[in-house]
Design a protein around this ligand. Structure first.
Ligand code: ADP
Ligand code: MG
Ligand code: MG
Length: 920
């Protein structure tokens, strides 16, 4: 799938345009016996799987599927393809022959459902109408054929008018619900079962009146007209606002269209020996095999989902109807063996006869995905390579967040007050604050806070950074809060609509009158969207405990999940070609990265080594007027730098460590220009101006930049501040020599940032080679330090062949490369207009999260090729945040990089995805 599905969609959509070129001599309609499960593009998921079950010999009511191609023609041209009507007629004739009655036949009506079904499941997004074919003329015939069950016939008819009126004719569904409620009240009935045939007949009359009034037309009595209108309504339901929004959020392309399934009706509402239900072949939460599902006696399919009556656990079907139950269990086994995966199922029992109405490979929790994959390997149903495709890095990532204790939901004392959208995972606890200023102020004084807003905007950024988590009452997965929180890796629940946020009075009111004032403790779960009053205890993720080495997969305490993760990770490590390194700047992070499976450091940023007390040395360096002053400052920094590297090389002994020379603009190490100006002005007014401050202010002014991202930084610093890079190289070389003397195995690599042209690299390289030679001579060791560069500017990528002449390795800095290729500064754009871009579908996902394959990716690919053409053994890696993003990892695998480097916490995800990419 491309990264810009929505844009593509809107380009192909046109209203009432000329008849599409797509409309060639195509076949648009397929009998259930003609399809199979691999035809989801053409028949949609529901249609493909109905066909598959039909061909497996399972009891599926006969029917046919109108392909997504027909829908596409309709969406493009505003008209059904010309050939469709005749094709539908031919299939309907065949169906009628087979069933021995015609659609809506007066004395014995054939009824059908008209069901939507796209390639990807979009639960509840599109329309389905049951009981098509029923009319004033045939309702008595239906009653007679059902053995005189008048109630059943009128119940079916009122359902048709209701569903048809709502979904096809666009009548507000509440009007029907209200009429139904009124009928129940009049009868003193507490469910629809309390209404008899006469009541239902009266209700049908009322429903028809509602339709006539609201839709401006009568409910159509002609069966074929009912069917054709319903088909068109299903096509139209592809483009409802909620369907479009759902697709954007789930990144489903907008131009796929939906298929339409015409399926002969079976009736679960024929009395207590009938019913309808849903089932899973195993538990979608734990993966355990067993009987999971719900059953509802005397009901039609839509009742289960609508929750209008209480269902019973599926296991009870065994006592209600043992024969059907046994048959269902056998079918579930057949399906699992056939699909080699967890399936979910819709079924209906009509007077003791079981019918299968839907199946598909079922959704599951992240934990269940890992367990099921290994369970299926153990059952011999799938192999290890397939097991890797059954899980993904996003699921593994979810399992690595700390979470609230399992018992929370039922335990007294933890009151859940809201349930919003799980926008950015994690569990966060803190004091409620309602504005950014307070969030920052309180967090500075050491408080943990949760920022609560109706919705956030760029002004809230500082508060979001200061908060443990963010809670909003409005907005979905692409709202500002959600996008920015995900970018920061911060817990976020958004769109908790039942919570009333009053920022003026600094309070939140939950249903039932619970009030949270500023300062009250609140807990939010960004993995489930749940919001609790008070402090809910947080437990570390067992999966992280395992990666940390605090829990062993073989040990007794290891739960099933940890064992499953352990096995899957082992498969991934066995097959992957990409190596995985860490972005780590100190020995502690390096050690953790190693525990998590890092095979080296791909990016050690040296700027963190210039902070704290060392800032003052940087100031001296900047202020130096003479060579001596400058050398003094550098000489003071050298031993500190060297000590940092010694520790790091020791932690990563035997593995490569890529050290990047100083990258950020120097003014980042100097005092803030405003603060300093004020200080100097105050001092001057007191006539005691401090000489040093004055010089500093001058320097700060000189170094001040409009666009620091594009200013004096990276290799440019190395070229204009004499001795800076040489000092860093010397520190690396001496540290390596010291480790060597201590019988260690240091493997340092020196990386020059922000190179745009080979000349820059050559100059720095010559200087570095000289320094290294000096250290080698002085210590009597051969160091073999590799020197390479980051590729993070478009010009570097475009001249990669030249640059490769002077570089032993490339590391793609995809953060800066994304900024410079798109021409935007991340900090500015993410907070200001990314939300709008995501909402308009310009991005499916932020290019800072997932590599923009078509733009930035194309440069990576061509630079890799050009570099390798010049220097076949050129080592290639990537060290942007994309190194830990699942989709991006697959891309880096495809373009042939040697390794990805990411933050220590993302390493398991990168290992897993690298394995999945290789096993594919
Ligand atoms: P959704 O995709 O929203 O589940 P479906 O097309 O599956 O919509 O239909 C909605 C409900 O109606 C389901 O419970 C389904 O099992 C039931 N249903 C659909 N077609 C028939 C049919 N021909 N006979 C009986 N029930 C049906
Ligand atoms: Mg369904
Ligand atoms: Mg960079």
């Amino acid at each position: 799938m491309g990264t810009l599905p929505a844009v593509r969609a809107s380009r192909t959509r046109g209203v009432n345009g000329p008849v599409s070129t797509r409309e060639k001599k195509l076949k648009y309609v397929y009998d259930f016996t003609e399809g199979n499960k691999d035809l989801k593009d053409l028949l949609g998921g529901k249609g493909a799987n109905l066909a598959e079950m039909t061909n497996l010999g399972l009891p599926v009511p006969p029917g046919f599927t109108i392909s997504t191609e027909a829908c596409k023609v309709y969406l493009e041209s505003g008209r059904e393809p010309a050939a469709l009507r005749d094709e539908v007629s031919a299939h309907l004739d065949a169906l009628e022959q087979r069933m021995g009655r015609t659609l809506g036949q007066q004395d014995d009506p054939l009824l059908v459902s008209v069901r939507s079904g796209a390639k990807f499941s979009m639960p509840g997004m599109m329309d389905t109408v049951l009981n098509i074919g029923l009319s004033d003329a045939s309702v008595a015939g239906l009653a007679a054929q059902s053995g005189g069950d008048e109630r059943f016939a009128w119940d079916s008819y009122r359902r048709l008018v209701q569903m048809f009126g709502n979904t096809v004719l666009g009548v507000d569904g509440d009007l029907f619900e209200e009429a139904l409620e009124a009928a129940k009240r009049a009868k003193g009935a507490d469910s629809d079962l309390g209404l008899d045939a006469a009541d239902l007949r009266k209700l049908v009359g009322e429903y028809k009146a509602i339709v006539a009034e609201q839709a401006g037309r009568d409910f159509p009595q002609e069966p074929r007209e009912q069917m054709d209108l319903a088909i068109r309504a299903v096509f139209d339901s592809w483009n409802t606002e909620r369907a479009k929004l759902y697709r954007r959020q789930e990144r489903i392309p907008g131009d796929l269209g939906t298929a339409v399934n015409i399926c002969s009706m079976v009736f679960g509402n024929l009395g207590p020996d009938s019913g309808t239900g849903v089932a899973f072949t195993r538990d979608p939460a734990s993966g355990h095999q067993g009987v999971y599902g719900d059953y509802l006696q005397n009901a039609q399919g839509e009742d289960v989902v609508a929750g209008i009556r209480n269902t019973v656990p599926l296991a009870e079907l065994e006592t209600i109807d043992k024969a059907s139950y046994d048959q269902l269990m056998k079918i579930m086994e057949t399906l699992e063996t056939h699909y080699k995966d967890l399936c979910d199922i819709e079924f209906t029992i009509e007077r003791g006869h079981l019918w299968m109405l839907q199946t598909r490979v079922g959704k599951r929790t992240a934990a269940a995905a890992f367990r099921i994959a290994t369970q299926l390997v153990d059952q011999g149903l799938i192999d290890e390579a397939e097991a890797l495709q059954r899980v993904n890095g996003a699921q593994l990532g979810q399992l690595m967040f700390p979470r609230f204790e399992d018992s929370v939901d039922d335990a007294a004392g933890y009151q859940r007050i809201g349930w919003g959208i799980a926008a950015s995972p994690g569990a966060a606890v803190g004091k409620a604050v309602f504005d950014s200023y307070t969030a920052v102020k309180w967090s500075r004084s050491g408080e943990r806070v949760i920022l609560i807003r109706r919705e956030t905007n760029p002004d809230d950024l500082n508060g979001m950074i200061a908060a443990e988590g963010i809670l909003t009452s409005r907005g979905g997965k692409t709202s500002h809060a959600a996008v920015v929180a995900r970018g920061m890796g911060k817990t976020c629940v958004c769109g908790a609509e039942e919570l009333e946020v009053d920022t003026k009075r600094r309070r939140l009111t939950a249903p039932g009158g619970v009030v949270i004032e500023e300062g009250d403790l609140i807990s939010i779960d960004g993995s489930t969207g749940k919001v609790y009053v008070g402090e809910v205890p947080v437990v570390p993720s067992p999966v992280v405990e395992y990666f940390e080495g605090r829990m062993h997969a073989g040990a007794d305490e290891a739960d099933e999940l940890v064992q499953a993760v352990h096995r899957i990770m082992a498969y991934a490590d066995r097959v992957r070609r990409l190596r995985v390194r860490a972005n780590a700047d100190n020995a502690e992070d390096a050690a953790r990265a190693r525990r998590f499976g890092a095979q080296g450091i791909g990016l050690c940023r040296t700027e963190h080594m210039f902070l704290g007390e060392r800032r003052e040395l940087v100031e001296r360096l900047v202020l130096a007027d003479t060579d001596t002053e400058r050398d003094d400052a550098l000489n003071a920094l050298l031993p500190l730098q060297k000590a940092d590297f010694v520790e790091l090389f020791e932690a990563m002994d035997g593995l490569p460590v890529t050290v990047r020379l100083l990258d950020p603009p120097l003014h980042e190490f100097l005092p803030d220009i405003t603060e300093l100006s004020v200080r100097v002005a105050l001092a001057e007014s007191r006539k005691d101006a401090n000489e040093n401050d004055l010089r500093l202010l001058q320097a700060v002014h000189k170094l001040h930049e409009q666009n620091p991202m594009l200013g004096l930084r990276g290799v440019r610093l190395g070229l204009v501040i004499p001795g800076l890079f040489a000092m860093q190289v010397r520190a690396i070389a001496e540290a390596a020599a010291q480790r060597r003397a201590a019988k260690g195995d240091p493997r340092a690599e020196i990386m020059i940032p922000l190179v745009g042209t080979v000349q820059e690299l050559e100059i720095v390289r010559d200087e570095a080679d000289t320094v290294i030679a000096e250290v080698e001579a002085a210590t009597g060791t051969t160091l073999k330090l590799a020197i390479g560069t980051m590729i993070e500017l478009p010009r570097a990528a475009l001249t990669a062949g030249q640059i490769a002449e002077a570089a032993e390795f490339f590391s793609f800095g995809t953060n800066d490369l994304t900024q410079t290729v798109w021409g935007f500064s991340r900090d500015d754009v993410e907070a200001s207009f990314f939300t709008a871009y995501l909402e308009k579908g310009i991005f499916g996902v932020s290019p800072f999260e997932t590599i923009d394959v078509d733009g930035v990716g194309a440069l990576v690919r061509s630079a890799a090729e050009a570099g390798r053409a010049v220097r076949p053994d050129l080592k290639l890696g990537i060290c942007g945040e994309h190194g830990g993003d699942p989709e991006s990892v697959h891309f880096f695998h495809r373009v042939g990089l040697d390794y990805v480097s990411c933050s220590p916490f993302r390493i398991p995800v990168a290992r897993l995805e690298a394995g999945r990419a290789a096993a594919r």
